[in-house]
Design a protein around this ligand. Structure first.
Ligand SMILES: C[S@@+](CC[C@H](N)C(=O)[O-])C[C@H]1O[C@@H](n2cnc3c(N)ncnc32)[C@H](O)[C@@H]1O
Length: 228
């Protein structure tokens, strides 16, 4: 994930970067090592406390209304956040607003195309009801960012606690601590416990039979340059 993010941010006019929905600061910390000056923005205080414990600068704020001046930021990331938002297009408009001319944004998101190949949805079919709704196609995501380019990436690094990374390691789905890191399994456990148990049982049988799903999880990295 980090490689396309760094590529997309290259040539930003400066090093100040807003990591919007930055959560525990995993990516901000990795970007700081690469010379960026990240500011982790998130609406969750408990996530921000974990980011601050990593020595990162944090601001409590909402992606739909960023607590930043117009054209004040050199670069911006939104990593695994869009599917949590009520209105992703507003968050992307905010990204456009706060970036300086020539500023760079990289959005890592799960598009409808990415999730259409996600074996977890076959295994836990009830999830298709909300996954389709919360994961628009790439064309819709890039609409507020004219000229943006997207590339599909395979997510195989468990430092990224997303559903895409977990899908690359089916055996870890059977371990509650791993799956509970994702909002996908949080939701299944809370709202559909019987479907969760049935899907886990199917997966256990498949793994025992040596026919584990072997489709890695995918996401898209969308890069955009603010004109001017
Ligand atoms: C799946 S986590 C991703 C965290 C981090 N970007 C990463 O990839 O490790 C989604 C994050 O978005 C945050 N979030 C959700 N809705 C938000 C909003 N409206 N404004 C700001 N942050 C939000 C959550 O609190 C959470 O930290």
């Amino acid at each position: 994930v980090l490689r396309p993010v760094l590529r997309g941010l290259e040539e930003a006019p400066g090093r100040v970067l807003a990591d919007v929905g930055g959560g525990t600061g995993n990516y901000a910390a990795a970007l700081a090592v690469e010379g960026w000056e990240p500011l982790v923005i998130d609406r969750s205080r408990s996530m921000l406390a974990l980011a601050a414990a990593k020595g990162l600068r944090t601001i409590e704020g909402d992606a739909h209304s960023l607590p930043l001046e117009n054209e004040s930021i050199d670069a911006l990331t939104l990593i695994s956040v869009l599917h949590h938002l009520d209105d992703p297009a507003i968050a992307l408009a905010e990204a456009r607003r706060v970036l300086r001319p020539g500023g760079r944004a990289v959005v890592v998101a799960f598009t409808r195309e990415d999730i259409s190949d996600l074996w977890l949805i076959d295994n836990f079919p009830i999830s298709s009801s909300w996954m389709d709704e919360t994961h628009p196609p790439l064309s819709e995501i890039v609409e507020p960012l004219p000229g943006a380019t997207g590339e599909q990436i395979v997510v195989e690094d468990l430092e990224d606690a997303s559903i895409a990374a977990l899908a690359s390691f089916p055996e870890l789905v059977l371990q509650p601590d791993w799956r509970r890191q994702t909002s996908y399994f949080e939701r299944l456990e809370r709202d559909h416990p019987r479907e969760l148990d049935a899907g886990l049982e199917r997966l256990r049988r498949d793994l025992d039979a040596g026919s584990a799903p072997d489709r890695p999880g995918r996401a898209s990295a969308i890069s955009w340059v603010k004109p001017g």
